[in-house]
Design a protein around this ligand. Structure first.
Ligand SMILES: [Zn+2]
Length: 458
């Protein structure tokens, strides 16, 4: 099967040129201008961009919560991702206390198998570290699960102590894995939450007020310091505040291998959303919480200046009707997370490239190339080049769409961006040479996506 994507502007993290891309089987075979070759199928991309498929390295599909789970499973979640131009995700498998890492990995492989429309890999969340778990880290790196996430928040549930964090970081110095950190001071936050509830402060806005930016900045500093002591790189997930970003920028300025991501919600939404009427503030309950509007420009500058290397979504949707509602009388019981897997590319193109905050090449870098490089997928993913997987997005930079729960494909009953108009939208999407989105319709299928065995550092 040969497909020719003709006359589009091919954009990578470093180039943009009008050209033709010939796809043969699952990979890109040839790039040129006015290619005179036989193809079984021709896609006309004139006037549009041809981008490497988006890579979202922070999603939570089918994540257990209470007796249920996050509202998207691997089928609905990856379908929504595909509609938004994302062709690879890295989700989080969670080790629960008493479990081996392999038990957790098996559980998440079963969730994704036969359901995922796009390719998927896993980070492993470590909640309990002992000698056996450390040894298992090495085995997982060999098997393509090359990154691990540690929580500095949620004491007694997910949080790892500093000693365990340092041990895990040291281990990656030997096995080539990468440590990702959720940096918020969980102990301090728990004190503030308990105090707020005792004072009768139960509304959604108190979720944000009990998770101050200082608690994120402090933990960010500690995570980076531990990584420096171990002499290994570290990756900070969902940096939400100017305060935490300043800590990352300072470390990078000293030559420390600290990498970090932010998410669209921290660029487009703010703490003002918690003041929406009634219980609507619950729509925006996530951790870290939305911050003051004043900090957004600092995050945009961080993206432009490479203090932040990745934009992921932290997609973790919960329905308002029966899931967020659990916290109607107590903000600490509102499940934490929002949908975002489908809206990342359009939001970032509109608010980033069109608004003049980042270049078109930087946009591709943040959406695809940098996450591929940091998480062991490059050059198979993250660029358009001969031999790379034919994960291609034909992106129309002129088409305006209105974001709404009614038209998005995630399995949740609201959108945090309801009614927002954005210019720049996905037309056609290919995953390893197969068209999966065409003319606004899904033509891919659950089970079409494959497990991504990722490479270790170096
Ligand atoms: Zn997350």
């Amino acid at each position: 099967m040969r497909t020719l994507v003709r006359n589009g502007t091919v954009v990578t993290a470093s180039d943009a040129y009008v050209g033709d891309v010939l796809v043969e089987g699952e990979t890109v075979a040839l790039i040129g201008s006015s290619l005179d070759v036989h193809a079984d199928c021709v896609i006309d991309a004139a006037g549009k961009y041809v981008l490497p498929g988006g890579i979202d390295v922070h999603t939570h599909l089918d994540m257990p919560f209470g007796g249920s789970a996050s509202a998207d499973d691997f089928e609905s979640g990856t379908t929504a991702a595909a509609f938004g131009g994302t062709t690879s995700i890295v989700d989080f498998a969670i080790q629960y206390p008493g479990q081996t890492l392999h038990h957790a990995w098996d559980a998440w492989m079963r969730k994704a198998s036969g359901k995922a429309v796009i390719d998927y890999g896993f980070h492993m969340v470590i909640t309990e570290l002992n000698d056996q778990v450390e040894a298992e880290m090495d085995a997982l790196v060999d098997q393509g699960v090359t990154s691990f996430k540690l929580f500095m928040a949620y004491p007694g549930v997910l949080m790892l102590d500093d000693a365990s964090m340092l041990r895990a970081l040291l281990r990656t110095g030997k096995n080539g894995g990468t440590i990702c950190v959720h940096a918020e001071n969980g102990g301090a936050i728990d004190v503030l939450v308990t105090r707020a509830l005792a004072e009768g402060k139960t509304a959604p806005r108190y979720h944000a007020l009990t998770r101050p930016a200082r608690a994120e900045a402090e933990a960010t500093h500690r995570a980076i310091a531990l990584a420096e002591i171990a002499g290994v790189p570290v990756y900070l997930v969902h940096v939400s505040s100017a305060e935490a970003l300043a800590v990352v920028a300072d470390a990078r300025g000293r030559g420390v291998a600290a990498f970090a991501e932010t998410c669209p919600q921290y660029l487009f939404l703010s703490s003002e959303n918690y003041d929406e009427p009634g219980f609507d503030g619950a729509k925006y309950v996530m951790s870290p919480p939305l911050r003051e509007k004043a900090g957004q420009e600092a995050l945009w500058r961080g993206l432009a200046a490479d203090d932040l290397q990745v934009v992921s979504t932290d997609h973790c949707p919960f329905r308002m009707k029966d899931q967020k509602a659990l916290g109607r009388d107590d903000f600490s019981k509102i499940p934490s997370g929002i949908p975002g897997i489908e809206t990342r590319m359009s939001l970032m193109y509109d608010g980033g490239v069109r608004a003049g905050r980042i270049s078109l090449n930087r946009f591709v870098d943040l959406m695809s190339t940098s996450p591929a490089k940091i998480f062991g997928l490059f050059p198979r993913k993250g660029t358009i080049a001969p031999g790379s997987d034919a994960d291609l997005v034909v992106f129309d930079p002129h088409r305006t769409i209105t974001l709404s729960a009614g038209t998005l494909h995630t399995n949740v009953d609201y959108s945090p961006y309801e009614g927002r108009q954005v210019t720049g939208a996905t037309d056609t999407v290919m995953s390893r040479g197969r068209v999966i989105i065409e003319n606004g319709a899904l033509v891919g299928r659950g089970g079409g996506g494959a497990f991504l065995k990722r490479a270790p550092r170096g």
